[in-house]
Ligand binder design. Structure first.
Ligand code: ADP
Ligand code: MG
Length: 545
């Protein structure tokens, strides 16, 4: 099959597919002798761009030509860009380079790749999601869909152990991020009357600057200090090449400490060899606060669902190979912890989901961007496996328009949450509003995304009328606006029906002037530089009188 699942990770990426027996298998990266491709891009010169381990080896010596952790930037407002050799790259373009490397991996082994599912963190908003999809398309892939990483991990777990209803906590500690998610698996009957296991996300939390990298940094500082002490130098006197050497070796030492009680690091400092032995106990002491932080976040996600009973805990992410993590999680959830291929489970689950989508379409894909895959044969084992599940997508954020509300004698700009976080997708909601004034020429209808479950957020603009895009509690973000032009002599009692629809591909906003039946749906995204007016004119109001 030319269908693949891709875990586009912050530090490492992985690509998998189902073999003809329906077993997920990871495509090996022979060049780096690994199952992973480091999500690192090195712009060596204008003719050569390197992705993977070889790029990672330039972080200390050529740091200004290396891009890493691009996943933290993708789809972010006022997104940063990267400049190399007179060319500007967006996070989407950098991500596309990593995806292209994965695609090449498959093709270099004589296989075809066409349809893919790419994984995203459960907390990604729609902008981050659509940017990820865009990166896939830029890499020449047909992106069937995206799937939440913990959902993918749960899928790969269930593919091996088919069980009844169960509540799963996914503890995912990767290289740069920590995500903890509670997932519900329940048996349900699908449209064809067959029992399938439904997977949905109940709650998620995490920290996008906590991961294996922090453990590496602690070891790096420890080794650097030891090199200084041993050679009577200050940290500033250690050359960049030596730093790179330490940087490259500490990650390796960390991995060894997952298997062994101690690990040796040998570094050449100004021609003399320095050997540092690190015991697992020392390593655990210097990082215990990091483990505690993850456990605090586990408590925080549990608090979101009062009374929740966890049946199984899945350890996901390469950093869960560290015994200190396994021990801490086991202490909190005795006999409930499972760990299988923690660094591959997400890609494998995505491969299962990709095949599910292809099977649903009867092996023929409907994408406009893809070539002819109608000859795609689906092995019976794959068909059997994929028929066991259904994934329910939920809205990752709440959405709604900004409108004027009457508060006493004052008009206040409020955000009315049409669709709330966690609703089943596609989610649709409509409400009728009215122009603020008689003879209003147009309405500039702003759409917001936020993290709140409230019906209304007040106020959603600051004193100047600027949208509050950084409200930390509710993380209100302006998505864009819809211009609704009104004919001359429109009265302030003309009903304007506003509809929001949210599905996996994004938010669709529509307004209908119910007097003329004119429909407006050209939504201007924030990145196309909309000019948000600072006064209350050109708005809609809630009350009809
Ligand atoms: P991502 O965060 O990009 O999704 P992964 O889940 O693959 O990445 O996790 C990568 C992290 O896991 C890196 O910090 C890597 O050093 C760490 N890691 C991988 N294998 C081991 C191991 N055996 N012991 C300790 N850490 C490991
Ligand atoms: Mg990951």
């Amino acid at each position: 099959m030319s269908t693949y699942g891709i875990d586009l990770g912050t530090t490492y990426s992985c690509i998998a597919r189902l073999d003809s027996n329906g077993n997920p298998e990871v495509i090996r990266n022979n060049e780096d002798d690994s199952n992973m491709v480091a999500s690192v891009v090195f712009f060596e010169n204008e003719h050569n761009v390197v992705v993977g381990q070889a790029a990672k080896e330039n972080i200390e010596t050529d740091g200004d030509r290396v891009v890493q952790f691009v996943k933290r930037e993708i789809g972010k407002p006022n997104g940063r860009t990267y400049e190399f050799d007179g060319k500007t790259y967006t996070p989407v373009e950098i991500s596309a380079l990593i995806l292209t490397r994965l695609k090449n991996l498959v093709e270099s082994q004589g296989n075809e790749i066409e349809n893919v599912v790419i994984t995203v963190p459960a907390y990604f908003g729609l902008e981050e999601r659509s940017a990820t999809k865009q990166a896939g398309e830029l890499a020449g892939l047909h992106v069937l869909s995206l799937i939440n990483e913990p959902t993918a991990a749960a899928l790969s777990y269930c593919a091996r152990q088919f069980q009844e209803d169960r509540t799963i906590l996914v503890y995912d500690l990767g290289g740069g991020t920590f995500d903890v998610t509670i997932i519900k698996m329940s048996m349900t009957r699908n449209a064809q009357g067959k029992d399938v296991q439904k997977i949905n996300v109940l709650a998620s939390d995490g920290e996008d600057t906590l991961g294996g990298k922090d453990w590496d940094d602690r070891l790096f500082n420890h080794v650097l200090r030891a090199c200084c002490d041993e050679n009577g130098l200050t940290p500033e006197e250690i050359e960049v090449e030596t730093r790179q050497d330490i940087r490259s070796k500490v990650e390796d030492a960390k991995r060894k400490l997952s298997k062994k009680q101690s690990s040796k690091v040998r570094i050449d400092v100004n021609g003399s060899r320095t050997e540092i032995t690190i015991s697992r106990a020392d390593f655990e002491n210097m990082t215990s606060d990091l483990v505690n932080t993850t456990m605090m976040l586990v408590d925080r996600v549990l608090d979101k669902i009062p009374g929740v009973e966890i049946d199984t805990v899945l350890l996901v992410g390469g950093s869960t190979y560290m015994p200190m993590i396994q021990n801490a999680v086991e202490a909190k959830f005795p006999d409930k912890v499972q760990q299988h291929d923690p660094d591959q489970a997400v890609a494998k689950g995505a491969a299962i989901y990709a095949s599910m989508l292809v099977v649903e379409e009867g092996g023929v894909n409907s994408g406009e961007t893809s070539g002819d895959t109608s000859d795609e044969k689906i092995p019976p084992a794959v068909e059997q496996l994929t028929a066991k599940f259904t994934v329910e997508d939920q809205t990752p954020r709440s959405f709604g328009p900004g409108v004027m509300d009457t508060k006493g004698s004052k008009q206040v700009y409020v955000l009315e949450n049409f669709i709330k976080i966690g609703e089943k997708m596609p989610a649709v909601f409509s409400k009728t509003y009215y122009p603020l004034e008689d003879n209003q020429e147009r309405v500039r209808l702003r759409a917001f995304e936020n993290m709140s479950l409230e019906d209304t957020l007040i106020p959603c603009v600051d004193e100047e009328g600027n949208p509050q895009t950084t409200d930390p509690a509710n993380a209100v973000k302006l998505l864009g606006e819809l211009i609704v032009n009104l004919p001359p002599d429109t009265s302030r009692t003309t009903p304007i029906k506003v509809t929001f629809k949210v599905d996996a591909s994004g938010v669709h906003v529509e307004a209908v002037n119910t007097k003329t039946n004119e429909v407006f749906e050209t939504f201007l995204r924030t990145e196309s530089d909309i000019d948000v007016e600072k006064s209350a004119v050109h708005q809609l109001r809630i009350s009809a009188d």
